[in-house]
Structure formats: structure tokens, C-alpha cells
Design a protein around this ligand. Sequence first.
Ligand SMILES: NC(=O)c1ccc[n+]([C@@H]2O[C@H](COP(=O)([O-])OP(=O)(O)OC[C@H]3O[C@@H](n4cnc5c(N)ncnc54)[C@H](OP(=O)(O)O)[C@@H]3O)[C@@H](O)[C@H]2O)c1
Length: 333
Amino acid sequence: MKTVKASIIGFGSIGQGVARVLLMKKDYLEKEGIDIKVVAIADSKGAVIDENGLDLEKCLDMKAEKGTIAEKKMTGAEVIEQVDHDLVIEVSPTDVITGGAGLLNMQTAFEKGLDVVTSNKGPLTLKFKELNELADKNVCDFRYEATVGGAMPIINLTKEVMAGNEIASIKGIFNGTCNYILTRMLEEKSSYSEILTEAVDLGIAETDPTYDVEGIDAAGKIVILANTVFGMNKTINDVDRTGITQITYEALEICSKNGKTIKLIGEVKKNGSLTVSPRLVPIGHPLSVSGTLNVASIQTDLAGEITVTGRGAGSIETASAILSDIISIYKEY
Ligand SMILES: NC(=O)c1ccc[n+]([C@@H]2O[C@H](COP(=O)([O-])OP(=O)(O)OC[C@H]3O[C@@H](n4cnc5c(N)ncnc54)[C@H](OP(=O)(O)O)[C@@H]3O)[C@@H](O)[C@H]2O)c1
């Protein structure tokens, strides 16, 4: 049995989802020969540390009761630097402008020789090449399936399962909030702003939905796919991007009468073109999924077109992608 000492940096929806999934899958992991011992958890206020392994149930209860797990005033980077462990599960907030604390956390982890599994796309949309080079230089594993499409498998699918295929393009819906808004506008015959209010009330959209509705979130995912699958060196500034704020109910209705729908489609092509924009999709086409679902169509030379769909967000769903990355690193074959 391999014991892996891990930290969870960020203890919000996804950090807590990871803790729950590790509790749920303890026996499964043991059968795979992996014993994950979480030795530190950090949130915005500080950290809790136990080098013998934290009681995750107690940590979840403490977060629910007190709003924080902080027992010591330490930043994520300080935890990574000072606590003896092997794996950093980096699930702090995304910042695509500066990379945020997540960027420093990942750099600190690699400089210390630690593996990183993350759902935080910010650092990858800005410093993809630098982070991967740093990971390689320090012989660290770096996995980020959860950054694109949450639970929908796309990175490991294209890199591993579809190995040998040459990929010409990947296009799809990479933002569940936009897809929800466009779906509901047509269903409810309502304006963009009315449905945005509904999405905020349901917790599907942020109070400030700019990242989602302006296509910035989808653009970040397209950048990660471009760099991972096509070996490009793109940043979020290389994406030709239009959001959904100008889409009207009337436009959706006219399209619908012609058997089409409008979707916010992100696309990366082998020739280096990266786009996010509202596009017409025939109703019934594999890309015309409804609600908060994500979908991706991969054009390949051997396998033809492969389409995957799944939940692009959610605590346990996203944690499932993080778990699969952890297993890929530590499973003994
Ligand atoms: N939610 C999803 O469905 C989803 C899906 C795919 C990817 N992601 C990505 O996963 C990451 C986490 O998302 P989330 O939904 O869990 O966000 P969240 O609920 O807002 O939680 C973020 C957590 O990070 C903590 N935090 C804030 N600043 C920090 C810092 N400087 N150092 C350490 N911790 C810090 C917060 O502390 P407090 O608890 O004290 O506020 C909170 O615990 C984000 O990068 C997000 O884009 C999320």
C-alpha cells in the first residue's frame, strides 16, 4: 500500500467535495493500493494541520459550523512549503488576470518537488508552459482534468484513451451557466436579464457573472485544451471571444423555427485558431445539449468524430475528476 500525504488548498465547494469523495472511496482506493492521508487543509483564513492525517469528517463539520477550518494563520503557499507531504490538491479560486494565489501555490509545490492535481484553471490559462516546465524540471506530476468540463472527461480522454489519433479540432460547450441561460430563455420566452436573475437565484450564476457570460471562462478552457492536446503555447489573450449578452429571445425563437438553436461554442483547431462565440447548432445535433451540461466533439483522423457530454460543474462531480487524476498518478500498475 502506498501512503500519499496530501494537502487540500481551498476548502469551498470543490475542496469539501474532494474530502467527501476521499471518505466515500476510501475502500476503493485501498483496493487500488493507495492510502491518501490529508495532512493539511487551507482556506482563505488559515490552515489546519495534522501530520498523522486529519479526520476529514471533523474538518467538514468544523467548516460547516464555523465557516473556516483555520487553526493556524497560514497561507496556502506556507502550508505547501512547511508541511511534509507529497501531493497538493489545489482548489482555490480561479483568477485568469493574475493567476491568483493558485499560481504561487503551484509554483511553490513544484519547487518543493510535490505533485499537483487541480481544478483551478487560472494559472494554466496564463502560465501553462512555465508551470509544465517547472513540474518536469522537478520530476513532479501535474494533472488538471477538472479544469475543463468538470466531470466531463476530455483531457485524459484525448491524451491517453485516444492515443495514436491525430486530432484536427475540438469544439463544444464549456460553460454550463451560459448554456443554462440560453436554454431557459427559449423555454420561458424571456430576456437574457430575466433568466440571468433566475440563474443567480438558483446559484448557477455568480452575482457578477462576467467570467461566464462574456465567454472568459470558456476561453480559459479552450486555452488549456490548445496547450495540452495540440502542444500550443497560447494564453487567454489569444482567444477570439464573444459572449452571450447580446443574444435576444427573438433571435433564439427565429432560429428555433428554422430547426436551430444558439449555443456558446468554444473551438480550437490544429491550425492555431482559438474561438469562443455564439453559433447556430441544429436541434438534435450532438452539440445541442440543454441546461447546465457541457459537451465536446473531437475530430480525429482514425476514430472520426467522438462526442462526450457531462456535468461541467458541481462539488462531487468535479471532485470525481480530481480523484481520477490522483489515481492515475499513484496507482501501481
Ligand atoms: N464549483 C465548480 O463546480 C467548479 C468546477 C470546475 C472547476 N472549479 C474550480 O475549482 C476551484 C474551486 O472552486 P470552488 O467552487 O470550490 O470555489 P469556492 O467554493 O469559492 O471555494 C474556494 C475556496 O478557496 C479558499 N480560498 C480563497 N482564497 C484562498 C487563498 N488565498 N488560499 C487558500 N484558499 C483560499 C476559500 O476560502 P473560504 O472558504 O475561507 O472563503 C474557499 O475555501 C476554482 O478555481 C474553480 O474555478 C469549480
